[in-house]
Design a protein around this ligand. Structure first.
Ligand code: GLC
Length: 504
């Protein structure tokens, strides 16, 4: 792949705990992932992004990192991670890892040192009393008291103390961590909570000094050539968002406006246009994201009366017509894959898995659940171990009992069941990603006007993508049908369906 492979890549997100379990302890691991690399190759993706794989007490699914230079023993070893990187590379699959610079774990060496020795607290935010009334993003106060009476700041769970980025040691540490992994051949880094690092009296979101950090990180990444920095930047203001993508900062960032957008033609058109308008002038490729490990699965979201994504579990349990949601998720997948830039596929999206909304409360593990006093169900419902094969749980996930239970209804959604079904979601993704490699990816689009309910555009290769979000069927522009998310009706494109046309 070229220097700029990331501009048009299809990136598959692996939530390691729930991908495939190689040693039978009920938790996904590197052995499981390595054994399934042929599946990912066959799916047609160009890169894998893994959620944090470091030693961690798992207070927040691994986003509480105890050691940035090793692998969580439940997942495997550093030697295995290195093998995984080279095996992926042999298959021409790039590897992107997650780096968490905003906060650490209370089990990290630095934090333990800070607890034992008050003079070693400068890498975190300690004070004699809470300096403000900030609330943790997971609920409750953002300050927790330690036995000697001081308090420390944690924007997330108390087990995730925030680093103090006014301390040069913190800067140096993360440059070293970047080099540690770049030296081991990783092709990119996804930066967790990227806009939150800098704190001041006025707040912590998107403060200007954060850009100095990423300018430096870009210098480091550039020393290695073909590497990519990807920001997790949730910001409503597109101009502020675009500042992270200036030529000397991050290469790309997740498009959460697209992910959150309701299934509505005008809203989607607005988000796509705004995305292109902010990215094009700075030469950064847009990204198209439908889901990840933090949000409601699209099949469930698109089947609800309110199809937007809302944080805080606000829509959890509201009725969902899963058949309708599934139909729309298929249409959305082809739309996302056709847009210019890179596209993300969160594991299980290619199987059309719905959100699991009826997990028993005592099994919920996401700190959001406990910290909100149970008012927010948390994110476990999109993190259920994948169904690979067989007629009953654990559906080939591994020999043991999966760390979160899989629903009975997933029998029909296993990889094995979908592989031979030409009309399955899995085959839609496979065919779509295959065509995408040849005809789509980086570039531009030209809109076609097919009325207010239809999103239609032609890409540089001549491929036309048409999505009908209206109530009734619509006629198609000229072209050969290359792929459709649903059956055409007498040559017309039905509601909630996307078609790809090539020039005839
Ligand atoms: C990011 C991650 C999320 C995690 C949080 C704190 O938003 O995607 O899973 O809980 O950061 O690290």
């Amino acid at each position: 792949m070229s220097q700029t492979w990331w501009r048009g890549a299809a990136i598959y997100q692996v939530y390691l705990r729930s991908f495939a379990d190689g040693n039978g302890d009920g938790v996904g691991d590197l052995a499981g992932l390595r054994s399934r690399l042929p599946y990912l190759k066959d799916l047609g993706i160009g890169a894998i992004w893994l959620n944090p794989w470091y030693p961690s007490p798992m207070a927040d699914g691994g986003y509480d990192v105890a050691d940035y230079r090793d692998i969580e023993p439940v997942f495997g070893t550093l030697a295995e991670a290195e093998k995984f990187i080279s095996e992926a590379h042999e298959l021409d699959i790039k590897v992107i890892i997650d780096v968490v610079p905003n906060h650490s774990s209370t089990e990290s060496a630095w934090f333990k040192e800070a607890l034992a020795d008050p003079s070693a607290r400068g890498r975190f935010w300690f004070a004699d009393e809470p300096l403000n009334d900030w609330q943790s993003i997971f609920g409750g106060s953002a300050w927790t008291q330690v036995p000697d009476g001081q308090w420390y700041l944690h924007l997330f769970a108390p087990e995730q103390p925030d680093f103090n980025w006014t301390n040069p040691e913190v800067h140096q540490e993360f440059e070293n961590v970047l080099r540690f992994w770049l030296d081991r051949g990783v092709d990119g880094v996804r930066i967790d909570s990227a806009a939150l690092l800098i704190k001041s009296d006025t707040g912590y979101e998107d403060l200007d000094e954060v850009h100095d950090v990423y300018r430096r990180w870009r210098e480091v990444a550039d020393e290695y050539g073909e590497r990519v920095l990807i920001g997790e930047v949730w910001l409503p203001d597109q101009e502020r968002f675009a500042r992270y993508l200036r030529p000397d900062e991050l290469h790309t960032a997740f498009n959460f406006d697209f992910l959150s957008c309701p299934w509505d033609p005008a809203e989607l058109r607005k988000v796509i246009d705004l995305t292109l308008a902010t990215h094009t002038p700075i030469g950064a490729p847009p990204t198209w994201v439908l889901s990840n490990h933090d949000v409601t699965r699209p099949v469930t979201r698109y089947g609800r009366a309110d199809t937007s994504f809302a944080h805080g579990g606000a829509l959890h349990g509201s009725p969902s017509d899963l058949e309708l949601g599934y139909r729309r998720a298929r249409a959305a997948a082809l739309l996302a894959m056709a847009l210019p830039g890179s596209v993300y596929v969160y594991q299980g999206e290619e199987l059309g898995l719905p959100e699991v909304e009826d997990l028993p409360d005592d099994l919920r593990q996401d700190p959001m659940y406990a910290r909100s006093g149970g008012t927010n169900p948390g994110r476990d419902g999109c993190r259920i171990p994948l169904p690979w094969s067989g007629e009953e749980p654990p559906y080939g996930f591994g020999a043991g009992t999966p760390w979160l239970p899989q629903p009975e209804s997933w029998r029909k959604l296993t990889v094995e069941a979908q592989r031979t079904d030409l009309g399955s979601m899995l085959n839609l993704y496979r065919t779509g990603l295959g065509l995408r490699r040849e005809l789509l990816g980086d570039g531009t689009l030209a809109w076609l006007d097919l009325g207010p309910d239809v999103l239609a555009f032609t890409r540089d290769s001549g491929l036309t993508c048409v999505t009908n979000l209206g109530a009734g069927p619509v006629p198609l522009p000229p072209g050969e049908v290359a792929l459709a998310s649903g059956q055409l009706e007498d040559g017309l494109l039905p509601s909630d369906t996307t078609v790809w046309l090539t020039a005839s």
